[in-house]
Design a protein. Structure first.
Length: 256
């Protein structure tokens, strides 16, 4: 089986009964949709290729000849699969992380483009930017079981983000309990109560000022203060030069 392209991996694998059904369908009807390759790697059809490998079938392949491989993969998978908002958040977070630290043109053709922002990825998946921000936190935790729990629909990205913020012993315990089938909300509450050092994630409200995302902690401010805060922030941004505004925007997109 050929190597999987990193773009294909923005979506979770087909698992369980869905995958077994695919294997049976290919066994009975053959491979109806060929595997799509990009840069001689599998761009679309990971599960079909895996099913063919199990059945000992050499799958037919076609080369992708468009100019937007990410958009191609997103479009096909959103049509085929019923994903929760949290699962779409993980997809968007992976899109936002594609090619971090190197030109976006190394992954997809548009010249001069950069890694998509959180806002752009959120728009592509029809979800809020905060969902993507939380999903990025889950991915950056490096805990594969926690990522898997969200990908498989066992935990929401909101719950997983709170777990990612726990100290390592508490995080490990929470992930194990969720994997065993316990409800995430109950697990988080009990683990946080036992862990004195567990940081509590603030409730954040998203506001957009001249395309810059400002997040306000609702637990610490009133509506009156929020209004003044936003006016002062907007005034500060308005006084910035074009170059400084661009730098601030890029910093926020990297860190939020």
């Amino acid at each position: 089986m050929k190597t999987i392209h990193e773009i294909a991996n923005i979506f979770p694998y087909m698992l369980g009964d869905d995958f077994e059904g695919l294997v049976e369908d290919i066994r009975v009807n053959g491979l109806r949709v060929p595997i799509t390759l990009y840069e001689d790697k599998i761009l679309d059809g990971r599960s079909r290729a895996k099913a063919c490998q199990r059945l000992g079938i050499e799958p037919a392949t076609v080369d992708y000849d468009g100019d937007d491989p990410v958009g191609y993969v997103v479009s096909l998978n959103l049509k085929r699969r019923q994903l929760t908002e949290s699962q779409r958040g993980m997809v968007a977070a992976r899109i936002a992380q594609l090619g971090e630290g190197r030109p976006w043109s190394k992954i997809t053709p548009p010249i001069g483009a950069v890694t998509p922002s959180v806002g752009q990825a959120a728009k592509a998946l029809n979800i809020g930017s905060m969902t993507v921000t939380r999903a990025k936190r889950v991915l950056r935790s490096g805990n594969e079981r926690l990522v898997k729990a969200v990908d498989e629909g066992k935990a929401s990205v909101n719950a997983a983000s709170k777990i990612a913020a726990l100290p390592e012993p508490a995080r490990k315990q929470a992930v194990e309990r969720i994997a065993a089938g316990e409800k995430p909300a109950k697990v988080i509450s009990e683990v946080q109560n036992k862990s004195v050092d567990a940081p509590k994630e603030p409730t954040l409200r998203r506001r957009t000022i001249d395309d810059l995302t400002i997040e306000v902690d609702e637990s610490e401010i009133t509506e009156k203060y929020e209004s003044r805060y936003l006016r002062e922030a907007k005034a500060l941004v308005d006084r910035m030069g074009k170059k400084d505004r661009k730098i601030l925007k890029e910093y926020l997109e990297r860190t939020l």
